[in-house]
Design a protein around this ligand. Structure first.
Ligand SMILES: Cc1cc2nc3c(=O)[nH]c(=O)nc-3n(C[C@H](O)[C@H](O)[C@H](O)COP(=O)(O)O)c2cc1C
Length: 322
């Protein structure tokens, strides 16, 4: 495959320093040094998920990413975690230029980040949260819709509805997350006013992601209705349906104690299990994914096809539609 070699410059690439405003959706115990390097080498912004790593492991993954890529990488730090400040210190010490925070109030870390001249993007899923993040001084927000894989917000608003409402009230750039799997999603997000995209589910089906083969296979075979939202009352999470997640959903529906299943069978896919028992976070866009490929091909295809779609739309709007 030929790889597109241009660059798109906008406020998001200014913040993260990548060639394209394509951000890697951070994933605990998955987007580590190698996967982050693969995205950064492809022209996107690779992100190491600090969650679940000891301080030494985080340092080692930063070292590994640097060994494999000369391009900027980011670190995702969930603010509510007890080791958030340690992870932040490690990122600063390592010379990381942009951190990506989530799950908590960015006001808690903004002074430390600013003192060191580090940029910060923050993940949100609702308009009030986004306004607070902007007021606290973050440089941009990643706005995650209801269709996304993994933990989604409690507002149940889709990406398509969330993005235009956000760009109307914020001055900082918005990065669209949730349901973006190819160039059509990217162009749609930009049409809604986003200045960048975050990609999660689509990248999991790549040779560059260290997840078990059964997860990639399940993802490629998934249809648009293959996911289910668990934990709706407390911490909603979108996952692939299988024996375990169906059992948890049934217990939630009966308001029974879902922890019984959680303690027995249910384990995050990176911690064991098989296709029927592992909990595999996954977005609704899985229905679009049918093969395991390389990150560099996914990004390259997205970038070149976005340009073609935009040109087609231009000719349509000028009255020369094919
Ligand atoms: C397997 C998997 C694991 C994830 N783990 C995390 C995580 O640990 N922390 C986080 O902030 N988001 C996590 N997410 C969400 C992604 O970072 C990203 O926001 C989301 O996948 C984007 O939506 P999409 O899946 O529709 O592309 C995860 C998503 C998936 C699919």
């Amino acid at each position: 495959m030929e790889h597109y070699n241009g660059r798109w410059n906008n406020r998001v690439t200014d913040i993260v320093g990548s060639r394209y405003p394509v951000i890697q959706g951070p994933m605990r115990l998955i987007t580590l040094g190698e996967a982050a390097a693969a995205v950064s080498n492809a022209g996107g912004f690779g992100v190491i998920a600090a969650s679940g790593l000891s301080s030494d492991e985080l340092r080692e993954d930063i070292r590994r990413a640097r060994e494999l890529s000369a391009y900027p990488i980011g670190i995702n730090i969930p603010i509510y975690r007890p080791n958030a400040f340690d992870a932040l210190e490690i990122a600063i010490e390592a010379g990381i230029k942009t951190v990506y925070t989530s799950a908590g109030n960015p006001a808690k870390v903004i002074d430390l980040v600013r003192t060191h001249g580090v940029k910060i993007i923050h993940k949100i899923s609702g308009i009030e949260m986004a306004k607070k993040a902007e007021a606290s001084g973050v440089d941009g927000v990643v706005a995650m819709g209801y269709e996304a894989g993994g933990h989604v917000g409690r507002d149940n608003v889709t990406t398509f509805c969330l993005i235009p409402q956000l760009v109307d009230v914020l001055n900082i750039p918005v990065i669209a997350s949730g349901g973006i799997g190819d160039a059509r999603g990217v162009v749609a997000a930009f049409a809604l006013g986003a200045e960048g995209v975050e990609i999660g589910t689509r990248f999991v089906a790549s040779h560059d992601y260290p997840v078990p083969a059964f997860f990639k296979e399940a993802l490629c075979q998934a249809t648009g209705t293959a996911t289910i939202l668990l934990g709706k009352e407390a911490m909603p999470i979108r996952v692939l349906k299988n024996r375990t997640t169906a059992a948890v959903a049934a217990m939630e529906a009966k308001k029974a104690d879902a922890t019984m299943v959680a303690e027995g069978d249910a384990r995050y896919v990176q911690e064991g299990g098989d296709r029927e028992s592992a909990v595999m976070p996954c977005g609704q866009i899985a229905g679009l994914v049918s093969e395991v490929t390389h990150i560099r091909d996914i990004v390259s295809e997205i970038i070149s096809n976005s340009k073609l779609i935009a040109e087609d739309l231009m000719s349509l709007f000028k009255g020369n539609g094919k």
